[in-house]
Design a binder for this molecule. Structure first.
Ligand code: KG4
Ligand code: ZN
Length: 347
C-alpha cells in the first residue's frame, strides 16, 4: 500500500489530497480544494492573479490535507503533482513546492498530466469506472474523446477544432448576460425551457459520416456560438427568449458530445462510458448520454461535481498509477503549458 499526496495548481483551484492505495483499491483520506473566486470579477481566469493566489494558498492547503488525513509528512510515500497542461505560472507553483518537499524530506515525486488525472477521477467513487472504457473529457480548456484500453494506454480519437465545450458554455453565458463561469447557469435556465423554439444545427454531426472521415470523432463549437450570437442579436425580446436560446444551445452541444461518444463506444466495442471535467456536472449531458447508449447496453459513469472539476485526488490517483510502475521524476521536473497525454497509442 502506498500513501500518496496529490497537488494540483494548473488553473484556478489550489488543491491537495491524500490517498491510500494499491492498484484500483484506493481510499481518499482527505481532499482540500480552494477555488479562486477573484476571477469572477474579470469574467475569466487571469493567469498572473492565479499564480499569485496559488503562492499564498499552497502551504495551508497542503497542510490542511495532511491534517485531515492525520498524516505527518514522514508518512507520505510519494507525491503526485500536476506538471502539464495548464497555466505555466500556476503549474510552476505546485511543481516547485512538490520538488521542495521532495528535496527536503527525501520523498519521491511523479509528474502527472492533468487530463490523465481527469480520466481517473470517476474511478475514485465508482469501482466499475475502470478500463476498458470510452472516456469523454469536457472542461473549460479541453474536449477530448479517448478510448482507454487500460490505464496508461490511451487512444486519442477526437478533440475540439476550436473552443472547448466548457469554454462554449462560458462564452454563450456571457452573450446571454449570465455570470461567469456560465455552465451551470445555462443548465439551470435551459431546464424546462421550450426545446423547439431555437434549433441550432449539431456541430460536426452528419448522418452519412463514416469512420474514414477526418471529423468523425472531432468537435467544433465556435460555429454554434456564432449561431447563438445571431439569435441573440435578432431577438426582439431577449428576456423572453433567453431560456429557450440557452436550451437550444445546450441541446445542440450535448447532442454533438453524445453522438461522437456513442460512435467511439460502438467502434471499440466498449460497454462503459466515463465522463470527466467540469461539463460532466451537466445533468442534461449525463441523461442524454445514458439514453443514447442504452441500445448498446453501455453504462455511463459521471463523477460527482467535486471530482468532475479540478481536484488533487484525481492527480494523486494518476500519480499512484505511475509511482507503482516505478516512475520517478528528478529535481529537473518542469511544468509545461501543453503536452500530449502520456501513454498514447495509435488510433
Ligand atoms: O474541469 P473544470 O473545473 O476546469 C477546467 O479544467 O477547465 O471545468 C470548468 C468548466 C467551465 O467552463 C464551466 O462553465 C463548466 O466546466 N461547467 C459546466 C457545468 N458546471 C461547470 N458546464 C455545463 N453545465 C454545468 N452544470
Ligand atoms: Zn481540469
Amino acid at each position: 500500500m502506498t500513501r500518496i499526496l496529490g497537488i494540483e495548481t494548473s488553473c484556478d483551484e489550489t488543491s491537495a489530497a491524500v490517498l491510500d492505495g494499491s492498484g484500483d483499491e484506493v481510499d481518499v483520506r482527505s481532499l482540500v480544494i480552494l477555488s479562486q473566486d477573484v476571477h469572477r470579477v474579470f469574467g475569466g481566469v487571469v493567469p498572473e492573479i492565479a499564480s499569485r493566489a496559488h503562492l499564498t494558498s499552497i502551504v495551508p492547503v497542503v497542510s490542511k490535507a495532511l491534517d485531515d488525513a492525520a498524516t505527518p509528512l514522514d508518512d507520505v510515500d510519494a507525491i503526485g503533482v500536476t506538471c502539464a497542461p495548464g497555466l505555466i505560472g500556476a503549474l510552476l507553483v505546485g511543481v516547485c513546492y512538490a520538488k521542495s518537499l521532495a528535496f527536503a524530506r527525501g520523498i519521491p515525486v511523479v509528474g502527472v498530466h492533468h487530463m490523465e488525472g481527469h480520466l481517473f477521477a470517476t474511478a475514485l467513487e465508482s469501482r466499475d469506472a475502470v478500463p476498458p472504457f470510452t472516456g469523454l473529457l469536457v472542461s473549460g480548456g479541453h474536449t477530448l474523446l479517448v478510448d482507454v484500453e487500460a490505464w496508461g494506454r490511451y487512444r486519442l480519437l477526437g478533440a475540439t477544432r476550436d473552443d472547448a465545450a466548457g469554454e462554449a458554455f462560458d462564452k454563450v453565458a456571457k452573450l446571454l448576460g449570465l455570470p461567469y463561469p456560465g455552465g451551470r447557469h445555462i443548465e439551470a435556465l435551459a431546464l424546462g425551457a421550450d426545446p423547439s423554439r431555437f434549433r441550432f444545427s449539431r456541430p460536426m454531426v452528419r448522418r452519412k459520416d463514416t469512420p474514414a472521415d477526418a471529423n468523425y470523432y472531432a468537435f467544433s463549437f465556435s460555429g454554434l456560438k456564432t449561431a447563438v450570437l445571431n439569435a441573440v442579436k435578432s431577438s426582439a425580446d431577449i428576456d423572453a427568449d433567453r431560456a429557450a436560446i440557452a436550451r437550444g444551445f445546450q441541446d445542440a452541444l450535448v447532442d454533438s458530445l453524445v453522438e461522437k461518444t456513442f460512435r467511439a463506444a460502438v467502434a471499440y466495442g466498449r460497454t462503459r462510458i466515463v465522463l470527466g471535467g467540469g461539463v460532466a456536472c451537466n445533468s442534461a449531458l449525463v441523461v442524454a448520454m445514458r439514453e443514447r447508449v442504452r441500445e448498446i447496453g453501455a453504462t455511463v459513469f459521471a463523477p460527482s461535481p467535486r471530482l468532475a472539476t479540478d481536484n488533487a485526488a484525481m492527480i494523486a490517483r494518476a500519480g499512484l498509477f505511475h509511482f507503482e510502475r516505478g516512475e520517478r521524476a528528478g529535481l529537473d521536473l518542469n511544468a509545461y503549458a501543453s503536452q500530449p497525454i502520456p501513454g498514447l497509442v495509435a488510433a
